[in-house]
Design a protein around this ligand. Structure first.
Ligand code: PLP
Length: 812
């Protein structure tokens, strides 16, 4: 038995060897000895031991911010797609080798522990992953910040592929508990719903909610690069005020007695897998208000505790709304300022606007959140009054402008009067914020000319751009140690602290020896991915084939269908011309479809049907393989991206706000084939147009076609490759068990093709053959890939957060 460590024993410092500290934790915190411990016990013991080191820095960070009277950043997001945390913490604390060695001496393999850590999937996709990258960058830049969200018990669903179909299963990431987190029972707030609002004699009003739950804080430390700073991700869980009604229980109604608790828990049960279609459910609005209210109460409480004066809130707190999901916070802060702190409306409105910033993530009309007025009023009667009051002020301001007509007023209003009346959350967020930002240059310009055109005319200084970024710690250093080591060898360590220093790599693209080492690092990542594919789905892919990857949420605008149809066309051509020198390709897909999104689920099935047929066809052999990897999440992305040669970023131009997957691939040395959409446009500017493959309609051209006479049928008839591929799919070549399966999907292309699959097909097909030719010039390909890595430093989320900090939050 090891000697007991001193209480202050922490990894990497102190007198007690780390192995003893882990063993001690195993015995005294987990209650197992080394013989009885299962892998999950070792994982928990390791995390708890590492956490000890973090806690001290965490407290130091909080104290320092307090002592300095620093302004804090609050990032409100319904989603945080954080993934696993152990490797992130070990790497950022620079204790990876120590912990690895300590575990080794105990006969435990660190990497196998890393592999069983649950992936915290509290998000749908890019928006949630952005929030996670931002939290890491905020800590790395030493900015005092809190993330606020919901601690979903099940989070995003786990995807299984059964006979090619997506099956959704609950994600049980908390099954073994979560050793990273601290429940803060003392940080709890009432959150009310429904009820009545009564006027008081002094002119104020009193809201008596019909029901209330208690929001309880659960904190997870977020470690910055080099352990500089540790910030807090505060996720809310829900508890019934009365966990059990004893009267009902004793009267024999056992379930009824627990109904309140069940109702509270329902609030934090699942994340709606609604990427673009509003969940529409009352529960979603309840979730939004629940976490917004708890967060705003917490922020106001902390401000008063530290600074004592509610009027200085905007000087000490910057609240960023990640999309409109937390937009009800605007009304909630107004309520607290007016009803609790007795400020006059105008002053409350001024403080509110100076405190909030709002980030818009989508222009898709179906994804712009709005709530039926009746629902909003029933659930949040006081907030409804405030929305009306805000709207009256907003429209009064608008009417004072010379050229604002009734049409503009209708567009600016917080209430959509068309059809059933609805509360527009994007307009509320816009009105209640001093900054409204888009997430890539093109997206920001489109915001000004489309959804927010009238609000923009009214407040021309409010919209600004903050192009998204990704954290290079997770998305280069941790996921791609081979490439990282190679880069350090070539240009030193400066890029670890400042990703823009990667540009020093540019000249190495012309160095034959470096190119070969670069190629070897990529190949070894491809071997690992090939092993994973073989082990998890039994499919052999050749590591020397071109790994052509499209992983992201399945959505018609992201056009996985374009990729699959092109794959079918290629398959056809390989079979017709087996004598040609085809470039061997492995087509790799991954992504989840929202459970109610019929076409997206059908596209998953199609990818799997095509894979089954192609992979079994001896006529193509190793020239073409298709794999749909189940359960795309952060951990899987970390495996796939370092192994990719080609990154598919082929959304219909004008529809992808930014994309961040595109950035991860290029940073790991994949070439991009993409449209001029989202951040692809800026990637082209930074990488240079010779090292990225751009094809297809521009956003303007898409808009023109949609407004004019786009005839998809004519486009299909004019392209024999496309026509043949579509006919094969529609006639059941890939679905002999159900020949009509894809009739509707393909008919949609002939009849409308909103996403311009047919319009862009030939350009895409031609670009892909250009890729084949590039691949054959391996030295040229590798030089290009190296220049991609070298020029992607600008897309670090450190750069993005620096811009937010200076331009929006005023904290840098
Ligand atoms: C980066 C990331 C995304 C976003 O990918 P896009 O290609 O930008 O849509 C989605 N999911 C996960 C797990 C990610 O890591």
């Amino acid at each position: 038995m090891a000697t007991l460590p001193a209480p202050s024993a922490t990894p990497g410092r102190g007198t007690v060897p780390l192995a003893d500290a882990i063993l001690d934790t195993l015995v005294h915190r987990i209650g197992k000895d080394a013989q009885a411990a299962r892998p999950h016990d070792w994982l928990a013991a390791t995390i708890l031991t590492v956490r000890n080191r973090i806690i001290e820095r965490w407290m130091e960070s909080t104290k320092a911010a307090h002592a300095a009277g620093a302004k804090r950043v609050y990032y409100l997001s319904l989603e945080f797609l954080i993934g696993r945390l152990l490797r992130d913490a070990l790497s950022n604390l620079a204790v990876m080798e120590d912990v690895c060695g300590a575990l080794d001496s105990l006969g435990v393999d660190l990497s196998s522990l890393e592999d069983i850590e649950p992936d915290a999937a509290l998000g749908n996709g890019g928006l949630g992953r952005l929030a996670a990258c931002f939290m890491e960058s905020l800590a790395s830049l030493d900015l005092p910040a809190y993330g606020y969200g919901i601690r979903y018990v099940n989070g995003m669903f786990r995807q299984r592929i059964d006979q090619g179909w997506q099956i959704e299963l609950p994600e049980t990431w908390l099954a073994y508990g979560n050793p990273w987190e601290f429940e803060r029972r003392e940080s709890a707030y009432f959150v009310g719903f429904g009820g009545d609002v009564e006027p008081l004699e002094d002119g104020r009003v009193h809201w008596s909610p019909a029901e209330a739950v208690e929001a309880v804080a659960v904190d997870t430390p977020v470690v910055g690069w080099r352990g500089k700073r540790v910030n807090t991700l505060r996720l809310w869980t829900a508890r019934a005020l009365d966990p059990i009604r004893l009267d009902a229980f004793n009267a024999g109604d056992h379930e009824g007695a627990l109904a309140g608790q069940v109702r509270a828990e329902t609030l934090v049960r699942v994340l709606y897998p609604a990427d673009s279609t509003p969940a529409g459910q009352e529960l979603r609005l309840r979730q939004e208000f629940f976490f917004s209210s708890a967060s705003i109460q917490d922020i106001v409480r902390r401000h008063l505790q530290y600074f004592g004066n509610i009027r200085t809130l905007p000087d000490k707190a910057a609240i960023q709304l990640n999309d409109t999901h937390p937009a009800v916070s605007v009304a909630e802060l107004m309520r607290l300022l007016i009803d609790h702190h007795e400020l006059p409306f105008d002053e409350a409105w001024d403080l509110t606007r100076r405190t909030f910033g709002y980030t818009n993530h989508t222009l898709l009309p179906e994804a712009l959140e709005s709530w039926p007025l009746a629902l909003f009023e029933r659930l949040l009667p006081r907030h409804m009054q405030l929305v009306y009051a805000i709207n009256a002020r907003l429209l009064r301001e608008a009417r004072e402008k010379p050229d604002v007509d009734d049409r503009a007023i209708a567009a600016i209003s917080l209430i959509d009067e068309g059809g059933g009346r609805r509360v527009r959350m994007a307009n509320l967020a816009f009105a209640g914020a001093h900054s409204v930002n888009g997430v890539a240059a093109l997206h920001t310009e489109l915001m000004k000319s489309t959804v927010f055109a009238d609000l923009h005319r009214l407040y021309p200084d409010r919209i600004n751009n903050k192009t998204n970024g990704i954290t290079p710690r997770r998305w280069l250093q941790q996921c791609n140690p081979g490439l990282t080591a190679l880069i350090r060898d070539a240009i030193g360590d400066a890029f670890l602290d400042d990703a823009s220093a990667l540009t020093a790599l540019v000249p190495h693209a012309d160095d034959q020896a470096f190119r070969e080492r670069f190629g070897a690092a990529k190949r070894s990542n491809k071997v690992m991915l090939a092993d994973y594919i073989k082990g998890s789905m039994g499919l052999s892919v050749d590591p020397d084939a071109l790994f052509d990857v499209q992983i992201k949420r399945i959505h018609e605008y992201k056009r996985q269908l374009l990729n699959i149809v092109e794959t079918v066309a290629l398959y056809d051509q390989i079979r017709s011309h087996p004598e040609k020198a085809w470039t061997p390709r492995a087509k790799i897909f991954g992504g989840k479809a929202a459970s109610s999104y019929h076409n997206a689920k059908l596209i998953i099935k199609l990818a799997n049907d095509v894979a089954r047929r192609v992979n079994a066809d001896p006529a193509v052999g190793d020239l073409l393989k298709v794999a749909f990897l189940p359960n795309y999440n952060v951990s899987l992305a970390e495996k796939i991206i370092p192994a990719a040669d080609l990154s598919e970023q082929i959304s219909t131009a004008g529809m992808e706000a930014s994309g961040t997957g595109n950035m991860k691939f290029a940073l790991n040395g994949a070439l991009t084939i993409g449209t001029l959409d989202g951040a692809n446009v800026e990637m082209r500017d930074h990488i240079g147009e010779d090292d990225i493959v751009i094809f297809g309609l521009t956003a303007d051209e898409v808009a023109e076609r949609r407004a004019g006479e786009y005839d998809p049928r004519a486009a299909i008839e004019a392209s024999p490759e496309l026509r043949q591929a579509l006919e094969a799919i529609a006639s059941g070549v890939f679905s002999p068990d159900d020949p009509d399966r894809y009739k509707g999907l393909i008919a949609g292309l002939y009849e409308g093709d909103w996403f311009m699959v047919a319009a862009d097909f030939d350009a895409y097909h031609t670009a892909q053959r250009g890729i084949d030719a590039r691949w054959n010039d391996r030295a040229g390909w590798q030089a290009s890939a190296i220049r991609n890595v070298a020029n992607m430093g600008w897309f670090s989320s450190d750069r993005t957060i620096g811009e937010y900090a200076r331009d929006i939050w005023g904290v840098m």
